[in-house]
Write a protein that binds this ligand. Structure first.
Ligand code: FES
Length: 465
């Protein structure tokens, strides 16, 4: 009988040089048979329906949802990208809530795709997703989107992946992709987690690292206590830690994903160890970020709430939000020559249409009167923000989001490039030029919505924000 457990020395595998995505060749091919495979190549974001076919609990309060497209097509994407999903959290008949979630599966297995969601107990969407999305659930999706992804071809393919918490999701997609492809990649992963039992995908990571000599995985436990048998690193990310796992960090492309504080630290440290800016790719793990922005907005507006209550609200947000309270700074008024803007907010009930349909049918005649609002800024056009109760003068070439945030208008934003859809608001009147990259659906545009991060005003405008 053959003893399968006895290790016999084996030669290193012979591999092709670097890394090349399977679609890289067929996309450029003019041959008939190869052109059929073009369906598997990444394309521009599109809207599609997808059905959940499996749920897989992961460590660290995460859950993987396996989907397949309802039209039977494969989902073509690049490892690291995400999809924007509409969740009917308030019921099928009400406006769904959009969230962006990273794909955790590999695009080399495109017939099904995985989305991994971390449950944020204080969030609006992620608990609903964990409790309600089951095999058979069909959801409206848009994607793939995102510029944080592996290249289509890379002759060197030397990477350092830095992941913290739920930031492992897109990194997992990259690792699975590299593991599934031939090539001479050299990958080092440094994965930070809050507790020893909370590293999602750790079994698969251990397996990949054990069978794929191109991939090394290191773990670190933040600042919290560590069990006695813990063999990984402890403490926050440091230059010494990076140096230890990847002494040649400055020869690698670095992909980093995690909370904003972690990414800020990583940016600094990578500079210190000599990694050039052009070799660093960062992704703020968006997950339920919109919820965090909502919390932040509530806190900013809660001037009259006792401090303890405000603290309670803050505590229910995720750790990383608490550690980075001023990270977004989007509600701070930027104009003070006309006095502080904090007192100018209208009650939220003053918000115009409750539904997109209502917004879509809003006419010029139904537009509320903004003439009593304070006016700030200079420029030839006026934007009236009805919820905030402020008029902002702008120049036609200025992006609306930037101006709005400077004026303390409450609009959440993630990518700021028209991809993620998180800044979506309703336009009550006026004309815009929008240059989006898939972050908004056609039906939403028809319903009067737009993405202020990638839009400029053509005329005076009235905005529901
Ligand atoms: S911030 Fe992402 S689409 Fe506007």
């Amino acid at each position: 009988m053959i003893d399968v457990l006895t290790e016999t020395p084996v030669q290193e595998p012979q591999r092709i040089r670097g890394l090349e995505m399977p679609w890289n060749r067929v996309m450029g091919s003019i041959e008939g048979p190869a052109s059929a495979a073009k369906a598997l190549g990444p394309w521009h974001p599109q809207e599609f329906m997808a059905e959940c076919v499996e749920t897989v609990p992961e460590a660290g309060g995460m859950m993987t949802f396996v989907f397949r497209r309802c039209d039977g097509a494969p989902l073509a994407f690049r490892a690291g990208q995400y999809v924007n999903i509409a969740f009917p959290v308030n019921g099928e008949d009400l406006e769904p809530v959009d969230r962006s979630y990273s794909l955790s599966s590999s695009p080399t297995e495109p017939w099904t795709f995985n989305v991994t969601v971390k449950r944020d107990p204080g969030g609006l969407v992620s608990p609903w997703v964990h409790e309600n999305v089951r095999p058979g659930t069909v959801l409206d999706m848009l994607g793939p989107v995102g510029a944080f992804h592996l290249p289509d071809a890379d002759r060197r393919a030397r990477y350092l992946f830095l992941a913290a918490g739920a930031g492992i999701t897109p990194i997992m997609s990259m690792l699975r992709t590299i593991h599934s492809l031939p090539g001479t990649a050299d990958v080092v992963v440094l994965y930070h987690g809050a507790e020893a039992g909370g590293f999602a995908f750790h079994r698969e990571l251990a397996y990949i690292a054990s069978v794929d000599s191109r991939i090394k995985v290191f773990y670190a436990l933040g600042d919290r206590g560590r069990p006695e048998d813990w063999e990984g690193f402890t403490g926050r990310l440091t230059a010494a830690m990076i140096d230890e796992v990847a002494p040649d960090a400055n020869g690698r492309q670095v992909y980093s994903c995690g909370p904003e504080g972690y990414l800020n630290t990583a940016t600094e440290l990578l500079k210190n160890v000599g990694v050039d800016d052009t070799s660093i790719y960062m992704e703020f793990f968006s997950g339920d970020r919109q919820t965090l922005l909502e919390y932040q907005a509530e806190l900013a507006l809660a001037a009259d709430i006792a401090e303890e209550i405000a603290d309670e609200i803050a505590e229910s947000a995720e750790d990383y939000f608490e550690s980075q309270p001023a990270a977004f700074g989007i509600y701070e008024p930027g104009y003070d020559e006309d006095g502080t803007l904090q007192a100018t907010g209208l009650p939220l009930e003053a918000a115009a249409p409750a539904s997109a349909e209502a917004a879509g049918s809003a006419t010029e005649a139904a537009t509320p009167d903004a003439s009593s609002f304070d006016t700030v800024g200079t420029g030839s056009l006026t934007l009236s923000f009805m919820r905030t109760g402020i008029n902002v003068r702008i120049d036609p070439e200025e992006h609306i989001l930037e101006v709005a945030q400077r004026a303390g208008v409450r609009i959440g934003a993630n990518c700021k490039e028209g991809m993620c859809g998180s800044c979506k608001v309703v336009k009550l009147s006026g004309e815009i030029d929008m240059n989006h990259q898939g972050g908004i659906r056609k039906r939403e545009i028809d319903a009067g919505k737009f993405l202020p991060c990638c839009s400029t005003a053509r005329t005076d405008m009235v905005i529901d924000a």
